[in-house]
Design a protein around this ligand. Structure first.
Ligand SMILES: Clc1cnc2c(Nc3ccc(N4CCOCC4)cc3)nc(-c3cccnc3)cn12
Length: 273
């Protein structure tokens, strides 16, 4: 049967301008020579992979992102390598980083914020359904397509959850209580992050920002959450944020409940999701 996947090489692409640089390499605009199809080419140097010991993380990112198909998740079409570099062939997000839009405008409107939170919730519901936890959702990892639709990129920190959902695995008879208790909550890290992002979209900075990392950790552990008087944010938005930034993972609003929250129902633009 052989591998039906085409073996790509650098010769198949015309390289355009750099789009930006990540920690382990750069991202370039590129065009597949025959089809003229526009992609983003993420170049990672093998010596960096050795140096930072990120083989497994990179392999996981590639396996996970290749397997995910969702309108709000950036596609990984394939990959290839030469002696020094690994190349990821990624979907090009024409609108660039959401982070840029956020910093440009200072903060987003309630409609924009609710639309992005609804998109993220749908993408996460899809990921969690496939036992994938992203764990590193932040504005830098969020891109926009030509219609301003949100795309989650960079699954470098995601994990294939070891705790298969109750429905997906064998007998629970032999599980210790803490295992049964935690099984459904390791996904809740992403729900917490939705609360952080919703706050940042509406106020322009994350809720537990502090001078030092130590102080940020203290504020997180205390759930030291306060809402500035400006910009003016609706009570429903604050209500959603307060139901996500909850210490006990089992008490955080579920993805389904987020989608049904009055603030989302009222403000999210179904076309933008
Ligand atoms: Cl992966 C991937 C797919 N598409 C992109 C992309 N696309 C993109 C489009 C447009 C503009 N603009 C720059 C301002 O003027 C408007 C257009 C920037 C990035 N950027 C990055 C990236 C990565 C790191 C830093 N910064 C950007 C990664 N990408």
């Amino acid at each position: 049967a052989g591998n039906t996947e085409k073996q790509w090489s650098l010769a198949d692409f015309e390289i355009g301008r750099p789009l930006g640089k990540g920690k382990f390499g750069r991202v370039y605009l590129a065009r597949e020579a025959k089809s003229k199809y526009i992609v983003a080419l993420k170049v990672i140097f093998k010596e960096q992979i050795e140096k930072y010991k990120i083989h497994h993380q990179l392999r996981r990112e590639m396996e996970i992102q290749t397997s995910l198909r969702h309108p709000n998740i950036l596609r990984l079409f394939g990959w290839f390598h030469d002696n020094e570099r690994i190349f990821l062939i990624l979907e090009y997000a024409h609108g660039g980083e959401l982070y840029g839009v956020l910093k440009q405008n200072g903060h987003l409107t309630e409609q924009q914020a609710a639309t992005y939170i609804a998109s993220l919730s749908q993408a996460l519901a899809y990921c969690h359904g496939k036992c994938v936890i992203h764990r590193d959702i932040k504005p830098e990892n969020l891109l926009l397509d030509h219609e301003g639709r949100l795309k989650i990129a960079d699954f470098g920190w995601s994990v294939q959850s070891s705790n298969k959902r109750k429905t997906m695995c064998g007998t629970l008879d032999y599980l210790a209580p803490e295992m049964v208790e935690n099984r459904d909550h390791d996904y809740a890290v992403d729900n917490w992050t939705l609360g952080i992002l919703c706050y940042e979209f509406l106020y322009g900075n994350p809720p537990f920002e502090a001078e030092s990392q130590k102080d940020t950790f203290k504020r997180i552990l205390k759930i030291d959450l306060s809402f500035p008087l400006t910009p003016n944010v609706s009570e429903e938005a604050k209500n959603l944020i307060s139901q996500l930034l909850v210490k006990d993972p089992s008490k955080r609003l579920s993805i389904e409940k987020i989608m049904q929250h009055p603030w989302i129902v009222k403000n999210a633009d179904p076309k933008g999701v």
